[in-house]
Design a protein around this ligand. Structure first.
Ligand code: ZN
Ligand code: ZN
Length: 269
């Protein structure tokens, strides 16, 4: 494969749920021959969780800028953020991206009604409506927010619903998913293809290829690619296979972001 590889979704110890020093992600990317990476540590503002998802943005930005300069000759390092989308955080996020010069902002829904589907409480509360409620909340969030570049792992909930006997396919939820895709296209936002689903044992990335195919059918042309690795082992997980699938769907390129602007990377298998 001649495609230049960039992993645009990576966590480090700046995220409450990772203990990986950023240097380890850099070393892994270099070892795998990647052209570049974008750090996207978690910032979920104003949530109650066992994990502290509030990012120390000044410390993060300072450290990442140092690393970016230090490795400038060997790896193209970009500074992003995975910002938790909630309808109540529109103003917060607007101020944040105005203050810091991020390369890339992933908007991700991790909390619905204050609950994270990572935990059983979510499924206890929403039951059979678990997936639908997640997609309805996502739609409200993408309508309300403008200060993001790509929607992260659109079907994040599919990582966690299996043990509760909930089935999932695009066909089952198309009426809830299509309006989300339509808003992204209208707002010129990218759809993230997150291989974290594959590294967590699913047979598809997040969102599933059927959702990505539908985004393209509806006119969407910007797909970003990220592993969502919280430790170095899964950096770039299944990228070659995933790029081949994207190409088969009709994407000749994927996009990476610098200074909040998309740059195309040709998919050359
Ligand atoms: Zn996420
Ligand atoms: Zn993530």
């Amino acid at each position: 494969m001649n495609t230049k590889l960039y992993d645009s979704h990576l966590h480090t110890s700046f995220s409450g749920d990772s203990e990986t020093p950023p240097e380890e992600q850099i070393a892994r990317a270099a070892e795998k021959g990647f052209a570049g990476i974008c750090f996207t540590d978690h910032d979920d503002h104003d949530v109650v969780s066992e994990v502290d998802f509030d990012l120390d943005v000044p410390a993060y930005f300072k450290k990442m800028q140092e690393l970016k300069d230090k490795y400038a000759n060997s790896l193209d390092i970009r500074i992003g953020i995975e910002s938790g989308l909630q309808t109540g955080t529109v103003g917060y996020q607007h101020e944040l991206v105005k203050e810091y010069n991020f390369d890339y902002v992933i908007g991700s829904v991790h909390f619905v009604g204050g609950l994270d589907p990572y935990y059983p409480e979510y499924f206890r509360k929403y039951g059979k409506k678990s997936y639908l409620s997640f997609f309805e909340c996502t739609l409200e969030c993408v309508k309300a927010h403008d200060d993001f570049d790509a929607l992260g792992h659109l079907d994040y909930i599919a990582r966690y619903g299996g043990p509760y006997g909930l089935t999932y396919s695009y066909e089952q939820y198309r009426e809830a998913v299509d309006p989300i895709l339509e808003v992204l296209i209208r707002k010129n936002k990218a759809l993230e293809c997150n291989t974290g689903g594959l590294s967590r044992g699913l047979s598809f990335p997040n969102p599933s290829f059927d959702v990505i195919r539908r985004y393209r059918e509806l006119g969407g042309r910007m797909v970003t690619l990220g592993s969502d690795a919280h430790s170095p082992e899964t950096l770039g997980c299944e990228f070659e296979k995933t790029l081949a699938a994207l190409k088969e769907i009709g994407f000749d390129e994927y996009v990476i972001y610098r200074n909040r602007r998309p740059e195309p990377i040709k998919i050359d298998l």
